[in-house]
Write a protein that binds this ligand. Sequence first.
Ligand SMILES: [Zn+2]
Ligand SMILES: [Zn+2]
Length: 401
Amino acid sequence: MDIIVNSVGDANCILIKSDGESMMIDCGVKNGCYASIKEQFIGAQFLAADYFLLSHYHDDHYDLLRKLPICKKSVLKKFYYPIIPKLSSSSITLLNNSTTVGSPTTLPIKIGKNKTNCCILAQCILLMQVLHNSVIPFKNFGSPAANILELLRKRCDRINGAEALYMGKKIKLGSEEYEVIWPPRTFTYKDPGNTDGIAMPKEIVKNINNIFEVLKNNDNLKKVWDKLGEYVKNDTKENFDSIDNNVDELKDIIDAASKIQQETKDLIVGYAKNIANSISICLYRDNEFLFLGDLENAEIKKCIEKKFGSSGEIKVNYFIAPHHGTHWNDELKRVKAENALISVGESLYNRKKILNYKMVCMHLFITFNHGDYKCCNEALVFNIMQNYNMLSFYNSVVSLK
Ligand SMILES: [Zn+2]
Ligand SMILES: [Zn+2]
Protein backbone atom coordinates (compact mmCIF):
# COMPACT_ATOMS: atom_id res chain seq x y z
CA MET A 1 0.00 0.00 0.00
CA ASP A 2 0.99 3.64 -0.44
CA ILE A 3 0.33 6.47 1.98
CA ILE A 4 0.46 10.20 1.53
CA VAL A 5 0.57 12.09 4.81
CA ASN A 6 -0.21 15.73 4.14
CA SER A 7 1.40 18.39 6.24
CA VAL A 8 -1.67 20.22 7.56
CA GLY A 9 -0.51 21.50 10.94
CA ASP A 10 -2.13 20.07 14.06
CA ALA A 11 -4.65 18.20 11.96
CA ASN A 12 -5.02 15.10 9.85
CA CYS A 13 -5.37 14.43 6.14
CA ILE A 14 -4.10 11.14 4.75
CA LEU A 15 -4.54 9.36 1.46
CA ILE A 16 -4.04 5.61 1.39
CA LYS A 17 -3.87 3.53 -1.75
CA SER A 18 -4.25 -0.19 -1.88
CA ASP A 19 -4.57 -2.41 -4.91
CA GLY A 20 -5.63 0.42 -7.21
CA GLU A 21 -8.25 2.02 -5.00
CA SER A 22 -7.71 4.95 -2.69
CA MET A 23 -9.30 6.38 0.40
CA MET A 24 -8.90 9.76 2.01
CA ILE A 25 -8.83 9.51 5.79
CA ASP A 26 -9.89 12.87 7.24
CA CYS A 27 -9.46 16.23 5.60
CA GLY A 28 -8.52 18.79 8.22
CA VAL A 29 -6.15 21.67 8.73
CA LYS A 30 -5.19 23.54 11.89
CA ASN A 31 -2.48 25.99 12.83
CA GLY A 32 -0.76 25.01 9.63
CA CYS A 33 0.86 27.40 7.26
CA TYR A 34 -0.90 26.30 4.15
CA ALA A 35 -1.39 28.14 0.93
CA SER A 36 -3.64 27.75 -2.04
CA ILE A 37 -1.09 25.45 -3.65
CA LYS A 38 -1.61 23.07 -0.75
CA GLU A 39 -5.35 23.22 -1.19
CA GLN A 40 -4.91 22.30 -4.84
CA PHE A 41 -2.61 19.50 -3.91
CA ILE A 42 -5.07 18.04 -1.45
CA GLY A 43 -7.95 18.83 -3.78
CA ALA A 44 -6.31 16.64 -6.39
CA GLN A 45 -6.06 13.82 -3.88
CA PHE A 46 -9.70 14.26 -2.94
CA LEU A 47 -10.67 14.04 -6.59
CA ALA A 48 -8.73 10.84 -6.93
CA ALA A 49 -10.10 9.19 -3.78
CA ASP A 50 -12.70 6.45 -4.14
CA TYR A 51 -13.73 6.66 -0.49
CA PHE A 52 -13.75 9.22 2.28
CA LEU A 53 -13.43 8.18 5.90
CA LEU A 54 -14.04 10.58 8.76
CA SER A 55 -12.21 9.24 11.80
CA HIS A 56 -14.22 11.33 14.30
CA TYR A 57 -16.22 14.50 14.76
CA HIS A 58 -13.45 17.05 15.35
CA ASP A 59 -12.91 19.93 12.98
CA ASP A 60 -9.17 19.34 12.61
CA HIS A 61 -10.27 16.20 10.77
CA TYR A 62 -12.81 17.65 8.35
CA ASP A 63 -12.50 21.42 8.21
CA LEU A 64 -10.35 21.49 5.10
CA LEU A 65 -13.30 20.09 3.15
CA ARG A 66 -14.76 23.57 3.32
CA LYS A 67 -11.62 25.21 1.98
CA LEU A 68 -10.61 23.08 -0.94
CA PRO A 69 -10.50 24.87 -4.27
CA ILE A 70 -13.39 24.50 -6.66
CA CYS A 71 -13.20 20.82 -7.21
CA LYS A 72 -16.09 18.52 -7.61
CA LYS A 73 -15.71 14.85 -8.23
CA SER A 74 -18.32 12.85 -10.01
CA VAL A 75 -18.63 9.86 -7.73
CA LEU A 76 -17.65 9.05 -4.18
CA LYS A 77 -18.11 5.33 -3.72
CA LYS A 78 -18.70 5.56 0.00
CA PHE A 79 -18.53 7.85 2.98
CA TYR A 80 -17.48 6.14 6.22
CA TYR A 81 -18.07 7.68 9.63
CA PRO A 82 -17.86 6.45 13.22
CA ILE A 83 -20.93 4.99 14.81
CA ILE A 84 -22.14 6.55 18.04
CA PRO A 85 -22.00 3.59 20.41
CA LYS A 86 -25.18 2.73 22.22
CA LEU A 87 -25.27 2.74 25.97
CA SER A 88 -26.14 -0.65 27.41
CA SER A 89 -29.04 -1.14 29.81
CA SER A 90 -26.75 -0.86 32.81
CA SER A 91 -25.88 2.67 31.74
CA ILE A 92 -29.53 3.54 31.59
CA THR A 93 -29.90 2.40 35.19
CA LEU A 94 -27.15 4.80 36.01
CA LEU A 95 -29.08 7.64 34.46
CA ASN A 96 -32.25 6.75 36.31
CA ASN A 97 -30.60 6.48 39.69
CA SER A 98 -27.97 9.13 39.69
CA THR A 99 -28.72 12.29 41.60
CA THR A 100 -26.36 14.34 39.49
CA VAL A 101 -28.23 13.38 36.36
CA GLY A 102 -31.74 14.05 37.56
CA SER A 103 -34.81 11.96 36.98
CA PRO A 104 -36.19 11.27 33.52
CA THR A 105 -39.36 13.09 34.46
CA THR A 106 -37.63 16.40 34.98
CA LEU A 107 -35.37 15.98 32.01
CA PRO A 108 -36.62 15.30 28.53
CA ILE A 109 -34.90 11.96 28.22
CA LYS A 110 -37.01 9.04 27.17
CA ILE A 111 -35.46 6.01 28.72
CA GLY A 112 -36.92 2.78 29.99
CA LYS A 113 -39.32 0.06 28.98
CA ASN A 114 -41.67 0.83 26.13
CA LYS A 115 -40.11 4.20 25.54
CA THR A 116 -37.60 5.34 22.99
CA ASN A 117 -34.21 4.23 24.10
CA CYS A 118 -32.42 7.38 23.16
CA CYS A 119 -28.74 7.15 22.70
CA ILE A 120 -27.26 9.71 25.02
CA LEU A 121 -23.98 9.86 23.20
CA ALA A 122 -25.73 10.51 19.93
CA GLN A 123 -27.67 13.28 21.55
CA CYS A 124 -24.49 14.87 22.81
CA ILE A 125 -22.93 14.78 19.40
CA LEU A 126 -26.07 16.03 17.72
CA LEU A 127 -26.29 18.82 20.20
CA MET A 128 -22.72 19.72 19.49
CA GLN A 129 -23.61 19.94 15.82
CA VAL A 130 -26.54 22.22 16.43
CA LEU A 131 -24.33 24.47 18.46
CA HIS A 132 -21.65 24.37 15.82
CA ASN A 133 -24.16 25.71 13.39
CA SER A 134 -22.14 28.85 12.84
CA VAL A 135 -19.01 26.94 12.00
CA ILE A 136 -20.29 24.24 9.70
CA PRO A 137 -22.67 24.98 6.85
CA PHE A 138 -25.86 23.74 8.36
CA LYS A 139 -28.76 22.59 6.31
CA ASN A 140 -29.56 18.96 6.57
CA PHE A 141 -29.65 17.24 9.83
CA GLY A 142 -30.61 14.01 11.48
CA SER A 143 -27.54 11.95 12.08
CA PRO A 144 -24.18 12.62 13.64
CA ALA A 145 -22.67 12.46 10.22
CA ALA A 146 -25.08 14.81 8.54
CA ASN A 147 -23.05 17.99 8.52
CA ILE A 148 -20.01 16.31 7.12
CA LEU A 149 -22.22 14.65 4.58
CA GLU A 150 -23.45 18.04 3.54
CA LEU A 151 -19.87 19.22 3.05
CA LEU A 152 -19.17 16.16 0.96
CA ARG A 153 -22.28 16.64 -1.11
CA LYS A 154 -20.98 20.00 -2.20
CA ARG A 155 -17.84 18.28 -3.43
CA CYS A 156 -19.38 15.29 -5.18
CA ASP A 157 -22.03 14.91 -7.84
CA ARG A 158 -22.98 11.61 -6.39
CA ILE A 159 -22.29 9.75 -3.14
CA ASN A 160 -23.09 6.11 -3.64
CA GLY A 161 -23.39 5.23 0.02
CA ALA A 162 -22.59 5.99 3.60
CA GLU A 163 -21.79 3.57 6.34
CA ALA A 164 -21.29 3.87 10.06
CA LEU A 165 -18.24 1.86 11.07
CA TYR A 166 -17.66 0.01 14.29
CA MET A 167 -15.47 -2.72 15.73
CA GLY A 168 -15.45 -5.90 13.67
CA LYS A 169 -16.53 -4.41 10.36
CA LYS A 170 -14.30 -4.88 7.32
CA ILE A 171 -13.77 -2.41 4.54
CA LYS A 172 -12.11 -3.04 1.22
CA LEU A 173 -9.69 -1.06 -0.88
CA GLY A 174 -9.34 -2.95 -4.12
CA SER A 175 -9.05 -6.56 -3.03
CA GLU A 176 -7.33 -5.65 0.22
CA GLU A 177 -9.23 -5.71 3.47
CA TYR A 178 -8.97 -3.40 6.47
CA GLU A 179 -10.53 -4.25 9.79
CA VAL A 180 -12.27 -1.68 11.95
CA ILE A 181 -10.96 -2.17 15.50
CA TRP A 182 -12.74 0.76 17.20
CA PRO A 183 -15.25 2.13 18.27
CA PRO A 184 -17.31 -0.60 19.92
CA ARG A 185 -20.96 -1.02 19.06
CA THR A 186 -21.90 -0.66 22.72
CA PHE A 187 -20.53 1.12 25.72
CA THR A 188 -21.39 -0.37 29.06
CA TYR A 189 -21.07 1.14 32.46
CA LYS A 190 -20.15 -0.68 35.66
CA ASP A 191 -21.07 -4.01 34.25
CA PRO A 192 -18.12 -6.41 34.44
CA GLY A 193 -20.28 -9.41 33.51
CA ASN A 194 -21.18 -7.87 30.19
CA THR A 195 -18.95 -9.21 27.46
CA ASP A 196 -20.80 -7.47 24.68
CA GLY A 197 -19.57 -3.99 25.02
CA ILE A 198 -16.69 -1.93 26.29
CA ALA A 199 -16.79 -0.19 29.64
CA MET A 200 -17.75 3.39 29.10
CA PRO A 201 -14.77 5.65 29.71
CA LYS A 202 -15.08 7.65 32.92
CA GLU A 203 -14.47 10.77 30.95
CA ILE A 204 -17.58 10.12 28.93
CA VAL A 205 -19.70 9.50 32.02
CA LYS A 206 -18.36 12.71 33.52
CA ASN A 207 -19.08 14.72 30.42
CA ILE A 208 -22.54 13.32 29.98
CA ASN A 209 -23.31 14.15 33.58
CA ASN A 210 -21.98 17.64 33.03
CA ILE A 211 -24.21 18.08 30.04
CA PHE A 212 -27.22 17.09 32.15
CA GLU A 213 -26.20 19.65 34.74
CA VAL A 214 -26.15 22.37 32.12
CA LEU A 215 -29.46 21.15 30.73
CA LYS A 216 -31.19 21.55 34.07
CA ASN A 217 -30.59 25.27 34.10
CA ASN A 218 -31.37 26.29 30.60
CA ASP A 219 -34.85 26.17 29.13
CA ASN A 220 -33.83 26.75 25.55
CA LEU A 221 -31.30 24.02 25.76
CA LYS A 222 -33.90 21.65 27.20
CA LYS A 223 -36.14 22.43 24.27
CA VAL A 224 -33.37 21.57 21.83
CA TRP A 225 -32.50 18.45 23.75
CA ASP A 226 -36.08 17.28 23.86
CA LYS A 227 -36.59 17.79 20.18
CA LEU A 228 -33.34 16.09 19.38
CA GLY A 229 -34.46 13.06 21.35
CA GLU A 230 -37.32 12.58 18.93
CA TYR A 231 -34.94 12.28 16.06
CA VAL A 232 -32.43 9.99 17.61
CA LYS A 233 -33.15 6.44 16.67
CA ASN A 234 -31.23 3.39 17.70
CA ASP A 235 -30.34 2.51 14.20
CA THR A 236 -27.77 4.76 12.60
CA LYS A 237 -28.84 3.82 9.14
CA GLU A 238 -32.31 5.06 9.92
CA ASN A 239 -30.84 8.37 11.02
CA PHE A 240 -28.94 8.60 7.84
CA ASP A 241 -31.95 7.88 5.68
CA SER A 242 -34.10 10.42 7.46
CA ILE A 243 -31.75 13.35 6.97
CA ASP A 244 -33.51 14.83 4.01
CA ASN A 245 -37.01 14.36 5.35
CA ASN A 246 -36.74 16.34 8.52
CA VAL A 247 -35.24 19.63 7.47
CA ASP A 248 -38.37 21.74 7.88
CA GLU A 249 -39.41 20.27 11.19
CA LEU A 250 -35.98 20.90 12.54
CA LYS A 251 -36.11 24.61 12.01
CA ASP A 252 -37.42 25.18 15.52
CA ILE A 253 -34.49 23.23 16.92
CA ILE A 254 -32.12 25.51 15.11
CA ASP A 255 -34.17 28.45 16.33
CA ALA A 256 -34.00 27.36 19.93
CA ALA A 257 -30.31 26.60 19.56
CA SER A 258 -29.64 30.14 18.44
CA LYS A 259 -31.15 31.43 21.68
CA ILE A 260 -28.92 29.43 23.95
CA GLN A 261 -26.44 31.60 25.77
CA GLN A 262 -22.94 31.61 24.40
CA GLU A 263 -21.58 30.55 27.76
CA THR A 264 -23.77 27.46 27.76
CA LYS A 265 -22.82 26.68 24.19
CA ASP A 266 -19.17 26.82 25.07
CA LEU A 267 -19.69 24.45 27.97
CA ILE A 268 -21.65 21.91 25.96
CA VAL A 269 -19.34 22.02 23.00
CA GLY A 270 -16.44 21.51 25.37
CA TYR A 271 -18.01 18.42 26.90
CA ALA A 272 -19.09 16.98 23.60
CA LYS A 273 -15.63 17.54 22.15
CA ASN A 274 -14.17 15.40 24.90
CA ILE A 275 -16.34 12.51 23.84
CA ALA A 276 -15.44 12.58 20.15
CA ASN A 277 -11.84 11.28 20.42
CA SER A 278 -13.02 8.24 22.36
CA ILE A 279 -15.11 7.07 19.44
CA SER A 280 -12.53 7.50 16.69
CA ILE A 281 -12.53 4.92 13.94
CA CYS A 282 -9.39 2.78 14.16
CA LEU A 283 -8.19 0.58 11.32
CA TYR A 284 -5.88 -2.38 11.09
CA ARG A 285 -4.46 -4.48 8.31
CA ASP A 286 -2.34 -7.48 9.16
CA ASN A 287 1.39 -6.73 9.07
CA GLU A 288 0.70 -3.55 7.17
CA PHE A 289 -1.28 -0.72 8.70
CA LEU A 290 -2.44 0.52 12.10
CA PHE A 291 -4.42 3.73 12.46
CA LEU A 292 -5.69 4.81 15.87
CA GLY A 293 -7.47 8.07 15.10
CA ASP A 294 -7.38 10.49 18.02
CA LEU A 295 -8.03 7.86 20.69
CA GLU A 296 -7.59 8.94 24.29
CA ASN A 297 -4.94 7.11 26.32
CA ALA A 298 -7.42 4.85 28.13
CA GLU A 299 -9.14 3.81 24.92
CA ILE A 300 -5.81 3.05 23.23
CA LYS A 301 -5.32 0.35 25.85
CA LYS A 302 -8.85 -1.00 25.48
CA CYS A 303 -8.68 -1.02 21.70
CA ILE A 304 -5.29 -2.79 21.59
CA GLU A 305 -6.30 -5.39 24.19
CA LYS A 306 -9.62 -6.05 22.54
CA LYS A 307 -8.01 -6.69 19.16
CA PHE A 308 -4.63 -8.17 20.03
CA GLY A 309 -5.13 -9.70 23.47
CA SER A 310 -2.98 -8.82 26.45
CA SER A 311 0.43 -9.77 25.07
CA GLY A 312 2.43 -10.28 21.90
CA GLU A 313 3.99 -8.05 19.30
CA ILE A 314 1.98 -6.06 16.80
CA LYS A 315 3.97 -5.86 13.59
CA VAL A 316 3.00 -3.35 10.95
CA ASN A 317 4.63 -1.52 8.11
CA TYR A 318 2.87 1.78 8.81
CA PHE A 319 1.67 2.98 12.16
CA ILE A 320 -0.20 6.29 12.31
CA ALA A 321 0.36 7.53 15.85
CA PRO A 322 -2.84 8.44 17.72
CA HIS A 323 -3.85 12.04 18.29
CA HIS A 324 -1.06 13.61 16.25
CA GLY A 325 1.54 11.69 18.27
CA THR A 326 0.56 13.26 21.58
CA HIS A 327 -1.50 10.44 23.10
CA TRP A 328 0.22 7.39 24.48
CA ASN A 329 -0.43 4.24 26.45
CA ASP A 330 2.27 1.72 27.39
CA GLU A 331 0.31 -0.96 25.58
CA LEU A 332 1.76 0.63 22.43
CA LYS A 333 5.22 -0.65 23.36
CA ARG A 334 4.04 -3.88 21.75
CA VAL A 335 3.92 -2.20 18.35
CA LYS A 336 6.85 -2.97 16.07
CA ALA A 337 6.47 -0.67 13.11
CA GLU A 338 8.74 -0.17 10.15
CA ASN A 339 7.45 3.40 9.92
CA ALA A 340 5.62 5.49 12.50
CA LEU A 341 3.91 8.45 10.92
CA ILE A 342 2.88 11.54 12.83
CA SER A 343 0.72 14.36 11.54
CA VAL A 344 1.41 17.33 13.77
CA GLY A 345 2.01 21.06 13.61
CA GLU A 346 3.91 23.51 15.73
CA SER A 347 1.66 23.84 18.74
CA LEU A 348 1.32 20.13 19.50
CA TYR A 349 4.83 19.27 18.40
CA ASN A 350 6.62 20.12 21.61
CA ARG A 351 4.66 17.70 23.72
CA LYS A 352 7.21 15.18 24.94
CA LYS A 353 5.05 12.16 24.26
CA ILE A 354 5.92 12.34 20.59
CA LEU A 355 9.32 11.02 21.62
CA ASN A 356 7.71 7.77 22.79
CA TYR A 357 7.05 6.84 19.22
CA LYS A 358 10.77 6.49 18.52
CA MET A 359 10.61 3.35 20.63
CA VAL A 360 8.18 1.52 18.44
CA CYS A 361 9.53 2.01 14.94
CA MET A 362 12.55 1.85 12.70
CA HIS A 363 11.75 5.20 11.10
CA LEU A 364 9.80 8.07 12.54
CA PHE A 365 8.32 10.70 10.25
CA ILE A 366 6.75 13.89 11.51
CA THR A 367 5.01 16.33 9.22
CA PHE A 368 6.20 19.27 11.30
CA ASN A 369 9.81 18.28 10.54
CA HIS A 370 9.52 16.59 7.18
CA GLY A 371 6.60 18.31 5.47
CA ASP A 372 4.33 16.19 3.35
CA TYR A 373 5.56 12.72 2.75
CA LYS A 374 4.63 9.78 0.68
CA CYS A 375 5.51 6.25 1.61
CA CYS A 376 5.31 3.53 -0.95
CA ASN A 377 6.85 0.16 -1.44
CA GLU A 378 9.73 1.46 -3.52
CA ALA A 379 10.67 4.63 -1.78
CA LEU A 380 9.97 7.34 0.67
CA VAL A 381 9.47 10.74 -0.84
CA PHE A 382 9.64 13.95 1.12
CA ASN A 383 8.27 17.33 0.23
CA ILE A 384 6.16 15.75 -2.38
CA MET A 385 4.17 18.89 -2.85
CA GLN A 386 7.19 20.84 -3.98
CA ASN A 387 8.44 18.02 -6.14
CA TYR A 388 5.28 17.24 -7.96
CA ASN A 389 3.79 19.12 -10.79
CA MET A 390 0.15 19.36 -9.82
CA LEU A 391 -1.18 18.17 -13.11
CA SER A 392 1.12 15.22 -13.42
CA PHE A 393 0.38 14.32 -9.84
CA TYR A 394 -3.31 14.41 -10.51
CA ASN A 395 -2.89 12.36 -13.65
CA SER A 396 -0.76 9.83 -11.87
CA VAL A 397 -3.27 9.21 -9.10
CA VAL A 398 -6.16 9.12 -11.50
CA SER A 399 -4.39 6.77 -13.88
CA LEU A 400 -3.97 4.28 -11.08
CA LYS A 401 -7.69 3.71 -11.02
ZN1 LIG B 1 -7.16 15.67 15.86
ZN1 LIG C 1 -9.83 14.77 17.88
